[in-house]
Design a protein. Structure first.
Length: 482
C-alpha cells in the first residue's frame, strides 16, 4: 500500500498538471487577498476569476475608506498587481445571485469563494426610524464616496444639529466629514455632489452617541486624535459620563485600549492643549460632543415626517460584575430619558451581510455564512471570506490575515482533490451564459479606462480623481478595443 506521503505526492503531481479554476465573488480586500494567497502557492496551478457586482473593483477600499485617508487606499496597488497576474481574470459588472447563480459557478469551478462583504444596514428597531433625514451611515459614506446606488441620496444638511448613533470608526468618519473645513475636503476624492452639499451645510453641532461607557467605545486612537485636531471645531465632553473612571483603572488596561482611554481621559480632565486652542479658534464655528451611556429610544418627526428630535434612554454601567471596567461591561437602563433636538440622524451601528441566493447556508442571527476556516459548512468546494465570513468588523489588515487562512484552506483542499474532481469549463461556460443573458462583463483593462477617465476629470478640479457615480456613464468610458 502506498504511504500517505507518496499518495499525496502523486495527487499533487496529478493536480499540478491540471489547472484548478477558482471563482471569487467580490473584489474587496477579502477577494483580492484570497486570490493573492492562491497565486503564491506552488503546489496547485490556479486560474482565478474575480466576479464583481460593479464595474469598479476594490470594495470598501474605494467606497468605504474616508476620502481624507488616501494612504489607506495604497492597498489598491497590491490588488492591481494581483488583478494583472496572467492567471487572474476580473469580471466586473456582474452581480452574482442575479446575473449568474452561485450554483452555476459551482458547477463550472473547482472552488467558489463568497467574499461579497456586507452591503446592508442593521436597524435600530425604534419608532419613526424611517423618518426623513434618518439615514444609515453606510448610505452617507456611499454618497460621499461615489457608490452608484447612493449617489442620489436624499440627505439634508440644512440644520444645525446632527446626531450620530454608534461609536465605531465609521461613526467617527462621518462625523469628521461633517465638521472638516470644506477647503480640506476639496483636495480629496470626495464626490462633487457631496462637496456641494457640504459647502452649503448649516451643521454646527455633531453629537456622537454611544450606549455604553468610556472603556467600551469602538473607535480607535488615531481616529480620536484626528477628531481632537480639526480646524474650527471644538470637542466637548461631559465629565459625568466618566464618573468612577480613575487613573488606576486606566493604567491597568491592556494596550491599545489603555492608550485610547488615556487620551480620552486626558482630554476630559485637562482640556485643550496650547496647540489645540488656536486650531479650534476662540469662536470655533463647529463642535462635536461625545455622549456616552445613551440608548436611542424613539425618533420624533414633524408634520412633514422630517426628523426633529431623538429621545435617548440614560444608562449606567452594570457595577460589580467580573466585566467591570473592561470592554465587555454591559449597561442597564436608569429609567431616565433625555430629548435631543436635531435635524439629521445618522445610524452607524454596523453593516449587515445578506444571502445573495437561496440555497447558500446563511446564519441570519450572526449575519454570516457559517464556516470553519473559510470552508462553508456542509458543502463541497464552497468557501467564504471577509466580512461575509467573520461579520462586519475588522480593519483591512484583519481581513487580510483571515483571507490568507481561507486561501490556505482552499489550497489544502485543491491539493487533495482527486483528478476526477475537476471543474467543468470555468469561465468559458459562464461567458456563454452572459451572452444568452445580455450581461456585459467589465475586464480589468476596461476598469483601467474608467480609472484613467476619473483621474483626468479630477485634474480639472485639483482632486486625485472625480469618481464616476453612474454605472452607465462608467461603461461609456470603456474603450471599444479593450
Ligand atoms: P468589501 O470591501 O465590502 O468587498 C465586497 C465586494 O463584493 C464589493 O466590491 C462589492 O461590490 C462586491 N459584491 C457585493 N455583492 C456582490 C455580488 N452579489 N456579486 C459580486 N460582487 C458583489 N479598514 C481600514 O483598515 N482602514 C480604514 O480606513 C477603513 N475604513 C473603513 C470605512 C468604512 C465606512 C467601512 C465600512 C470599513 C472600513 N474599513 C477600514 C474596513 C475595511 O473596509 C474592511 O475590513 C474590508 O473592506 C472588508 O473586506 P471585504 O472584502 O469582506 O468586503
Ligand atoms: P463597530 O466598530 O462595530 O461599531 C458599531 C457601534 O455601534 C458600536 O459603538 C456599538 O456599540 C454600536 N451599536 C451597535 N448596535 C447598537 C444599537 N442597537 N444601539 C446603539 N448602538 C449600537 O462598527 P463600524 O463603525 O461600522 O466599523 C466596522 C469595522 O470597520 C470596524 O472594525 C472598524 O474599526 C472598521 N473601520 C475602520 C476605520 C479606520 O480604520 N479608520 C474606519 C471605518 C471602519 P456596542 O459596542 O455597545 O455594541
Amino acid at each position: 500500500m502506498r504511504s500517505l506521503i507518496t499518495r499525496r505526492l502523486l495527487s499533487t503531481v496529478a493536480n499540478k498538471s491540471k489547472v484548478k479554476h477558482v471563482a471569487v465573488v467580490g473584489s474587496g480586500p477579502a477577494g483580492f487577498y484570497v486570490s493573492q494567497h492562491l497565486l503564491k502557492q506552488k503546489s496547485v496551478d490556479v486560474q482565478v476569476d474575480i466576479y464583481e457586482r460593479l464595474p469598479a473593483p476594490f470594495g470598501l477600499v474605494r467606497y468605504g475608506v474616508a476620502p481624507d485617508h488616501p494612504d489607506v487606499k495604497n492597498v489598491e496597488a497590491t490588488f492591481t498587481k494581483v488583478a494583472k497576474d496572467s492567471r487572474v481574470r476580473f469580471v466586473g459588472n456582474v452581480a452574482v445571485g442575479q446575473d449568474v447563480k452561485v450554483s452555476e459557478l459551482r458547477s463550472a469551478y473547482d472552488a467558489v469563494v463568497l467574499s461579497y462583504g456586507a452591503a446592508k444596514d442593521r436597524d435600530l428597531g425604534i419608532p419613526r426610524e424611517n423618518s426623513k433625514n434618518v439615514i444609515s451611515a453606510r448610505n452617507f459614506v456611499g454618497f460621499y464616496n461615489g457608490l452608484p446606488e447612493a449617489s442620489g441620496l436624499d440627505v439634508s444638511l440644512d440644520c444645525e444639529t446632527a446626531v450620530i448613533i454608534g461609536l465605531g470608526n465609521v461613526a467617527i468618519d462621518v462625523a469628521r466629514v461633517l465638521v472638516t473645513p470644506i477647503d480640506e475636503l476639496k483636495e480629496t476624492d470626495i464626490t462633487e455632489a457631496a462637496l456641494e452639499k457640504l459647502s452649503k451645510s448649516r451643521i454646527k453641532r455633531v453629537f456622537l452617541v454611544g450606549r455604553r461607557g468610556p472603556i467600551q467605545v469602538a473607535f480607535t486612537i488615531k481616529e480620536l486624535r484626528e477628531m481632537l485636531h480639526i480646524k474650527g471645531c471644538r470637542p466637548c465632553f461631559d465629565s459625568k459620563d466618566f464618573q468612577g473612571l480613575t487613573s488606576d483603572i486606566v493604567s491597568g488596561l491592556q494596550r491599545p485600549r489603555k492608550r485610547l482611554t488615556e487620551l480620552l481621559f486626558k482630554s476630559v480632565r485637562e482640556g485643550p492643549t496650547d496647540k489645540q486652542l488656536p486650531l479650534w479658534g476662540e469662536n470655533h464655528s463647529k463642535e462635536w460632543h461625545l455622549k456616552l451611556l445613551r440608548s436611542p429610544l424613539e425618533i420624533h418627526a414633524d408634520d412633514s415626517d422630517a426628523v426633529e428630535a431623538i429621545t435617548l434612554g440614560i444608562n449606567r454601567l452594570v457595577p460589580g460584575s467580573k466585566d467591570e471596567w473592561t470592554e465587555a461591561q454591559g449597561v442597564e437602563d436608569t429609567g431616565l430619558k433625555e430629548r435631543l433636538d436635531c435635524g439629521l440622524i445618522l445610524k452607524s451601528i454596523g453593516y449587515k451581510s445578506v444571502k445573495v441566493e437561496d440555497g447558500i447556508p446563511f446564519d441570519e442571527t450572526k449575519g454570516i455564512v457559517p464556516n470553519v476556516d473559510g470552508k462553508v459548512e456542509a458543502t463541497d468546494g464552497l468557501y467564504c471570506a471577509g466580512w461575509l465570513a467573520t461579520g462586519p468588523r475588522g480593519v483591512i489588515v484583519d481581513t487580510m490575515t483571515a483571507a490568507y487562512k481561507v486561501g490556505q484552506t482552499i489550497t489544502n483542499d485543491l491539493e487533495n482533490f482527486s483528478d476526477t474532481k475537476t471543474s467543468v469549463g470555468g469561465y468559458e461556460v459562464i461567458a456563454n451564459l452572459f451572452k444568452e443573458r445580455n450581461v456585459t462583463p467589465v475586464s480589468f483593462q476596461d476598469w483601467e479606462a474608467i480609472d484613467e477617465k476619473e483621474k483626468e476629470l479630477g485634474e480639472i478640479s485639483g482632486k486625485p480623481r472625480e469618481k464616476i457615480t453612474d454605472v452607465q456613464q462608467m461603461m461609456s468610458h470603456i474603450k471599444d478595443d479593450s
